[in-house]
Design a protein. Structure first.
Length: 393
């Protein structure tokens, strides 16, 4: 029983040729032959359709999913203008892929549709380890929180959910999702992985709470209107008092990037919400939903705590596969962490590789939000977080 994996990278400007080159490199590292499954992460500098055509020339009719992101991750490093291709072949895996369109209209219903499609494709053969559902939703059009709820409530706790929101190079215009020969928008591409080898998932962010808990007294989706009866920004500003330079709506995005909001769960962990800007009425616009009447904490962190969290996430994932060695790693890293870390982002990747093994095939992308379960709780949609998924060899 074996898992053979290879990852190829290309930054050739011609999209078709870049797809071919990355796919060929992946097959070479995998050890040749035809793959059973192909995973693709790209950036928006490429013609996505031509890129996929180039990949399919090399990988043939192997099942393929993927998405566009704010950057790609591999053993070669980090890039915001490259293509990453994973080729996978194994006699211990069964992988079924699927796609659901128009997920922005009713994200909860879209999640239920994903679950139904997965249940229809679930193999009759029993597997030793919990099935893992890899999800790559549009991070701009979709309420990913609702999408994940729809999937989880339909499938139940016997499935592991992992993934990240598709994005672009922080332009917030349009994202793309792939399945086989096709390129979509406002969709979620998924792969159900059932396996005779374990898959481990680690989730971490590196942010810790400061000050007292605050109650969100009025919110609408991802817009916090009031905190404890006051306009959200006024309450946020009042917590910090005199800030030099003074905290204003204009400089809030930079300050908020380093002081996000945390929603505590029953395990004591925090789900991070990234505040992006202040609205004209004093509301705070966040990347993802903050429910009304929820308790939030203002958080703090720095480069060291963020990088340490990446190390711990990788260690959790490796620990979850027991004594077996990692055969493949997939990383979903929030683009806001890349913006925060800057040149130190490479050190975060190096830290992850030190834990999983420098020779282990690795692929990932910088996401618009991450999907995973922290501390054994139900899967949720995260911000400013890194999720590491490891498959045993």
């Amino acid at each position: 029983m074996s898992v053979f994996a290879g990852v190829g990278i290309s930054n050739i400007k011609d999209s078709y040729q870049a797809g071919k080159e990355a796919a060929q490199k992946a097959l070479t590292e995998m050890g040749g032959n035809h793959p059973d499954f192909v995973l693709v992460f790209s950036t928006d500098s490429f013609n996505q359709k031509e890129m996929i055509e180039g990949i399919r020339v090399i990988t043939g009719k192997a099942s393929l999913i993927g998405c566009c992101g704010a950057g790609v991750i591999s053993k070669e490093g980090l890039s915001t203008d490259s293509i990453a291709v994973l080729a996978l072949r194994s006699d211990v895996l069964q992988i079924n892929t699927g796609m659901v369109n128009d997920i922005g209209q009713n994200s909860r219903l879209a999640g239920e549709k994903v679950a139904k499609a997965i249940l229809d494709k679930e193999p009759e053969k029993g597997y030793k380890y919990p099935p893992t559902l890899l999800m790559l939703p549009d991070g701009l059009t979709c309420n990913v929180c609702e999408l994940v709820r729809g999937v989880y409530e339909s499938l139940g706790p016997t499935y592991q959910l992992v993934g990240g929101g598709a994005g672009d190079n922080v332009r917030f215009i349009k994202t793309y999702q792939f399945i086989d020969d096709e390129v979509y928008h406002d969709a979620v591409s998924v792969a159900l992985i059932t396996s005779e080898v374990p898959m481990g998932i680690g989730v971490g962010h590196g942010w810790s709470p400061i000050g007292r808990p605050l109650v969100v007294t009025k919110s609408q989706g991802n817009i916090i209107r009031e905190i404890e009866g006051s306009p959200a920004f006024e309450a946020y500003l009042g917590y910090f008092g005199d800030v030099t330079p003074r905290l204003t709506p204009e400089n809030f995005p930079e300050f908020g990037m380093r002081h996000p909001l945390g929603l505590p769960d029953i395990t004591g962990a925090y789900t991070i919400r990234d505040p992006l800007k202040v609205e004209e009425d004093g509301s705070i616009f966040c990347v993802a939903e903050v429910p009304e009447n929820s308790v939030v904490r203002i958080m703090k962190g720095d480069n060291e705590s963020v990088i340490q969290a990446a190390k711990e996430s990788a260690q959790k994932a490796v620990n979850s596969i027991g004594k077996r060695k990692p055969g493949l790693a997939i990383v979903f890293d929030c683009v806001s962490r890349l913006l925060l870390l800057g040149k130190e982002a490479q050190r975060e990747l190096d830290t992850i590789r030190d834990v999983i093994g420098r020779d282990v095939p690795l692929i990932g992308f910088f996401t618009f939000g991450e999907i995973g379960s922290a501390n054994g709780g139900p899967p949720v949609f995260h911000n400013k977080t890194v999720v590491v998924c490891v498959m045993a060899s």
